[in-house]
Design a binder for this molecule. Structure first.
Ligand SMILES: C[S@@+](CC[C@H](N)C(=O)[O-])C[C@H]1O[C@@H](n2cnc3c(N)ncnc32)[C@H](O)[C@@H]1O
Length: 230
């Protein structure tokens, strides 16, 4: 995996870009370009989020800020770009009285054991930013599975480039973002995502809404064998 390309997928999230991200992506693009309303992904947060929660690629933290978090929630924000960690942490401090910590790390690399185990892990709109095929991106599912409690859940959404029909706005954004290296998802299809998740989890669900694969995975497989050993 080309490290420079991986960093380019996260590098765009400067402070000014995070300043207009919610308007462009959460309010406009999700409904009009990708045809998967933000509320639907927020509903998934509300269904899945547990007390010890790891949020990978939080961006502006819009979902966490608008989610119903458990009262005693302990939120870990992990992102390759420290701007996203800082932005999401400061936003969360205004919306919820929960314990928050931040980590700057790459989801394609093993996640430090010292962070502990999580009841839920979200990776929303992260994988279309990550370069490579599903076999390459799927390495992340192994790392995330290792940090998930036996009864925990991994969930998120990712914009697909293959096997879905993009409208005119979507086609424009896809061409631009892939050319700039912000997206790497031309070959991403739902079947490939499901197969990659199944290599690390026993129970997998992938629904395609508009051009977005909304996924959840449970029962992490330990040592390539049976799940639920912790
Ligand atoms: C499109 S934003 C998603 C923000 C938010 N989760 C949402 O659903 O709108 C992608 C986020 O993933 C982060 N990211 C991209 N590649 C990453 C990687 N390899 N490891 C960790 N974070 C990454 C980016 O820095 C950014 O904060």
């Amino acid at each position: 995996m080309n490290d420079q390309e991986v960093r380019r997928g996260a590098g765009i999230y400067s402070k000014p870009v995070l300043g207009f991200y919610d308007l462009l992506v959460v309010k406009f693009s999700n409904s009009l370009a990708w045809r998967c309303p933000s509320q639907l992904m927020l509903d998934q947060y509300n269904r899945c989020i547990g007390t010890r929660h790891l949020d990978v690629g939080p961006g502006t933290g819009w979902y966490l800020a608008n989610a119903d978090l458990p009262e005693s929630a302990e939120i870990t924000l992990m992102d390759l770009n420290e701007n996203s960690v800082e932005h999401a942490a400061s936003r969360l401090a205004h919306t919820h009285h929960v314990s928050t910590r931040g980590v700057t790390a790459n989801v394609l690399e093993p996640i430090p054991e010292a962070l502990g185990q999580f009841d839920s892990i979200a990776a929303n709109y992260v994988f279309h930013c990550v370069p490579g095929s599903w076999a390459d991106k799927g390495v992340a599912f192994k790392h995330l599975g290792e940090r998930l409690a036996a009864d925990g859940v991994l969930f998120g959404g990712t914009i697909l480039g293959s096997g879905v029909s993009h409208n005119l706005i979507g086609r424009g954004f896809m061409a631009l973002y892939n050319r700039l290296g912000i997206f790497h998802n031309r070959e991403d299809d739902a079947a490939g995502l499901e197969a990659a998740l199944r290599r690390s989890f026993d129970q997998v669900k992938v629904d395609v809404i508009g051009t977005v694969a909304v996924f959840s995975a449970r029962n992490p497989l330990r040592n390539g064998g049976a799940g639920g050993l912790d």
